[in-house]
Design a protein around this ligand. Sequence first.
Ligand SMILES: [Zn+2]
Ligand SMILES: [Zn+2]
Length: 333
Amino acid sequence: MIIFGNVLYTISLCQVSLRIVQPCCITTSCQLLNFYLNKLYEMSIKLGFHVSISGCLAKSIDNALALECSAFQIFTRSPRQWKTKDISKEDSTLFVNKLKESSIDFDSVVVHMPYLPNLSAPDSEMYIKSVEVLKEEIIRCGLLSIPNLVIHLGSHLGKGSKNGISQLIKACNTALNSYLDSVTKKNAVKILLENSAGQKNSVGSSIDEISEIFDGLDSSDFGLCLDTCHAFGAGYDITNESGISQLLELVSDKIGIHRLKVIHLNDSKGELGSNLDRHYHIGMGKIGEDAFRTLLNNKRLRQIPFIMETPIDKERGNSDNMVFAKNLICKNT
Ligand SMILES: [Zn+2]
Ligand SMILES: [Zn+2]
């Protein structure tokens, strides 16, 4: 039993009940209850950042926890180099054990493919190397027990989107099948296709096009990573609740909402339909605060990790964006 102000709290193992000592305190106790319900809701949301692995892979978990993340994303290697060294047994064990002991679920951890590969490129040396990197990243996710691998859909380099899509489908199926044949016969890693902003020659900026890609993929080992900045750049007006509902309905109809596994939560410096991929601080860009409040409080998205890939500059750092995003949670009720 706790007396806090004029409110008497009786706490048992499975219930918390409030008895109002004085009627004038009903408002206060409602506010307190609301506060704790908000906290519980906030805790159930998986929210975090892309964090650095500098030092060692397991260091990323410390980086995520220091930012109070309940979800996070990493590169397993330098994103701007083709070659990398294998993940040692020691490094993978350290990572897996540390994650097990942390408050973050394995399902809330995401690997992002390096930037150099182009999986939609026409047949070429570049294409072969790109497929190799995808194979390597699937193996690396497996070693780290990370179930989500986000890939960029690349550029058809002027060969047309039909060609780009078929190259991308071939790349995904080849990499996954080779992994299934050589490693475990069982895949625990989902490859998540990230929508693009629609830059010149890019593949996968529209839900229709991504749906076409899914139609050509062999298995259900593929999912969707929806980037809010890219969707806005590609022309989806998600600045308000009805725009967000329309986009989610489209995903539901064309792809299946169950396939939406990760959301990249980024505001946009570029205008609607500008095809610009310029991430900005949450609520400070052209998408705006209301959209992020709606997304973070959307019950359909409750179990999906929200990963922020916001800049670090003089206006805000990661912890500022975390505070800002958390303050949007439940504030519309
Ligand atoms: Zn990305
Ligand atoms: Zn981006």
